[in-house]
Every structure is written in C-alpha cells, then in structure tokens.
Write a protein that binds this ligand. Sequence first.
Ligand code: HPA
Length: 357
Amino acid sequence: MATMVDVARSAGVSVATVSHVLNDTRPVLPHTRQAVLDAIDRLGYTPNTLARSLVTSRTHSIGLAVSAISNPYFTEILQGVEAAALEHGYSLLIADPHDDPAHERKVVQLLHERRVDGMIVAPSPDPRELLAYLGRHEVPAVFLDRLIGFEASDTSVPRHDQICAESAEPTTRLVTHLTDLGHRRIALIAGLPGLSTTRERIAGYRHGLAAAGLPYDERLLVHGDSEAAGAERATDALLSLAVPPTAMVTANNAMTIGTLRALRERGLSVPEDIALCCFDDFAWADLFTPRLTAIAQPSKEIGAQAVRLLLDRLAAPDRPARTVRLSCSFVHRTSCGCPERPAQSDPSDPPEKGTDS
Ligand code: HPA
C-alpha cells in the first residue's frame, strides 16, 4: 500500500506539503498541488484515517444506536442521519439496542470503544445506565424520538440535546377527527410504557376525548407495546369488551399492522365495522383498502437535525442543551370513514378543522 512518503517522493515535494493538499490546511501552489494529486492517482494512495485519528483524536465518525431498525420510521431516520453525516464528512457506526437497557449499555460502550466523536441514541424505556455511562465518559450525545432528562419538578429545563416529533397534539387531532365524525367510544392502542412518545400520545388521546366532552374510560386504553403482536392481542381484548369501541387509534405503524391483522381474523372491515386512524404514515399506507388516515412524522428531518445538534455540540461543548420539536402532518384518507376525496395538490396539507369530514 502506498504511503504519504511514497506520494511525497513521487511528486518531488515534502510530506508536509502532501498533508496540506490532503487536509486543506495551508494554500499550496496550483502546479505543486496538481503534482501531488497526480502522484496520489498514479500510486493509488488512500489516506489512512486511523493514523490521522491518532494525531487529531477525532475519528469523524458518529455512533447511531436505534432500536427496531427494520421499522420504516427508524429506517427513514437512519437515512436522514446518514445523508447529513456524509454531507459533513462523517461516517456512521450503527447498533441496535433492542429497547433493552442492558443491551443498550453494551452497544453504547462498544461504539465508545471505537472512539466515535459523538452518539445519536433513541433511548430505551429505562435509560439510567445509558445516561450514567455517557456522563461518566463525557461522550457527546444527542437523543432522538424519546425525550429524557426533563426533571420531574421542572419540565422546561432539558439537560440533553434531543429531538423528536410532536406526539400529543397530532394524537388529539386523530381523536378529534373521529369525534367530529360522531364516534363516542374511541380506543387507543398505546405503545411501550416508559417511552415519552407513549406518555404524550396517551395525553393527546385523553385531551381529544375531553375536548369533545367525552369521559375517559380506562378499558378503552390498551398497551400494544409498540409492536404488531402486542397490538394484535390488545385489539382482541378491546373487541371482547361487552361494549366494544366503534373507532380505534393506533399509536405507531407496527401496531397498525397488528390491529389490522386482529380485525381481519374476526372478519371485521374498516371503516364499516370499526373506524381506524393511525400514528405514522408509511409507504404502503395508501395501498391498504381502505387507505389509512394517518399522522406523518418528519422522520428524515429528525435524523438530519440530530446530526446538526451533535455537530453543534462538538463545536461548542458548553452551550446550553436544546430540545427540538418538529411538527407532524395529518394525511386524510378513508380508514376514518370519510369518503374518497379528489386528489389535493399537496396531500400532506391538513384540511381545515371542521371541513375534514
Ligand atoms: N417512536 C415514535 N414513533 C414511532 C416509533 C417510536 O418508537 N415506532 C414507530 N413509530
């Protein structure tokens, strides 16, 4: 393998000049620069970033730890992270903590041992060990999707950089859409307990019921644990109630699949027998019959902004922590029970309240 010394010898310049050309650290005369580039080309030289890292103690890599990488929501986040990292000259190391605190702690340590410059983590429901590890080793980190670090006594002072989409208000919007359509028994299939997204979507659900003057019936709130199998069981339990719901809200894409499966098993059709509104839009959501009325999260943007937050943190370690919240959009289709509407110029434009039924 050709080295920098070989390149310098072949181009007739010093090793320092080769370094300046490679790293843009000092202006180099155009013809000297060209001689170096030609030598690099001729010898097939590729820089050894490991060697450079030993000198700079920076690896220009980011560790990304997100559970359920196969979930399209997280896959899109990953795409956003990857594109933004590449744009800024960073590569990615990826790990899946499986939403399990012990596994999370282990993968974060592995990423740290690879000396990533910082980490982006979607924390598990119990991130205490994760936080202790990151704090002890002073690893710059940005959290995404699930908020942590809000003191119970003071919800306005975040201790960590974090980014997520709004969860409460969009869930309220789904519930309000259903109450506007006349539903009085609306169930929520909620996510994994302990996640901020689960708490906030439950709060949004309850707010939507209260806004319509409906009582909260705890039998209509069931946990699908953010997975299809859990939602299938939860939906079954709801349908076995003496008075089952007439409409359901599923709190993520995986649970929507489980709920649809349970409804099909019982031979129930949407929206004739039961109306359905979902958190999360995904590529096939408008291929189902009926097409799914859903909340779309700005997943790629969440990933891209997580990278920006981390790079800002690396550039200014002492800046105050920031929490960024992004808006979602209401994608109005037909699983809610509304008739098919002519195509809109911008399908993600939420219709005005009161006109969307
Ligand atoms: N959080 C938020 N939205 C989601 C998730 C999650 O864990 N999974 C699918 N959509």
